[in-house]
Ligand binder design. Sequence first.
Ligand code: NAD
Length: 465
Amino acid sequence: MLKMLINGQLCDGEGSFAVINPATGKGFAEAPECGPAQLEQAIEGANNAFTSWRQDIDARRNALKSMAEKIQANSDEIAALLTQEQGKPLKNAKQEVMGASLQIQFAASAQLPDEVLQDTDQAFIKLIRKPYGVVAAITPWNFPIAIAMGKVATALIAGNTVVLKPSPFTPLSTLKIAQVIQEALPPGVLNIITGSDPLGASLTAHPLIRKIDFTGSVGTGKRVAAAAAPDLKRYTLELGGNDPAIVLPDANPAKIAKAIFWGAFANSGQVCIAAKRLYVHASIKDQLTAELATLAESVKVGNGLEDGTLLGPINNQPQFDRVSGLVEDAIKSGARVAAGGEALGQGFCYKNTILTDLDDDARIVQEEQFGPVLPILSYTDIDDVIERANSTHFGLGSSIWTEDLQQAETLAGRIEAGTTWVNQHLALSPLAPFGGTKWSGIGYIGGKWGVEGATQLQVINIKRA
Ligand code: NAD
């Protein structure tokens, strides 16, 4: 069994739990169950390591570079575990691991300069950035490695130490990383623990945790915020989305269908910023629906270890039940199935599904489906569709599809979202911040905003005269 990393030591848990391969629906490995005393050791180890880790940014840069190299060198093994526990095709798993290694290298070169605010005869005022202390990093099951390594690298370069807890649905690839990077970092700087819930709740409630960096659902995000309140712990919450994609009447369905399809179905729709509601002008709705249905039927869904598979299964039984339930509910309420609409009959695989003729109040329009299903709605009036797009609690990503880039830029500013793309969806830039409005999150990751979020400010104000 793979081991946890606690205070520099690889160790077993106090018990174990089963990890399911979603392509088969069957258990294929066990992961360690972290006991209360081990959780304590991990947090205390991180707290003790903080004193020296925060001192020297050059040492941190070197350690992160070494960590990135070790992950790259072991990327095949990490990716194979990722595919087996998460479901995504091996090629995508490998891309995720290599991308995570690049993220760590990128973070290793981050700058945290002091800022001089005033330098006059009267006063010298400068601003310095300081780490928080021990950061709890908690990750979901859709991109276990990319999300974990983004959090870890950002927190570490800023001088924090970390206790990382992956989702119990996808613990193994993260544990494999614990094994390969053990030597790259001083003991206690990064601890990796696994276990079934309520391990996450116990971690966030611990008084030595000074910041929580959480990615997951809105419901859990709210519980994390509540758990942080008694201690006034800081937090970054990257939560769910229900991204609208709006297609204007001048768009060419044949030209944009492929990009919209992948914007909605990449990672089998299990992407926080997937296009989850498609609003198409009535004049081109039937044509675009037909194009998308053809793509949905032709893209192969199956076991991510098999050649030719382009999309894997839904990750777990509760999520499979949720997606199936939302589709059944939509069909019962009169939705038309343009493609899919049912399970594949193999593990948690679900056919790529396109639904039309729904009302805005259908659950699959109002809620986050987080699966391989896209509801298509039509509109005739642009002001009306912007209002409909904004009428949920979510505000993560969004997109506008048109040949008129000027109009798109103006409309983009009217959408309530952390990011609005034009003629693309899902494109993340290392130069830009990433975060959500409304229930989709608090705080930002990415670029200088991410590193700033891992630090707190201190003003030093010297009276000179
Ligand atoms: P989830 O909220 O069920 O679980 C996320 C993590 O929180 C897991 O590690 C889980 O074990 C842990 N957890 C559970 N209860 C907890 C508690 N009380 N306190 C602390 N931690 C606890 O989410 P999920 O199903 O794993 O992930 C899917 C969700 O994540 C979707 O809503 C998706 O949109 C969202 N997501 C958001 C982003 C983003 O960047 N905004 C990225 C990826 C996924």
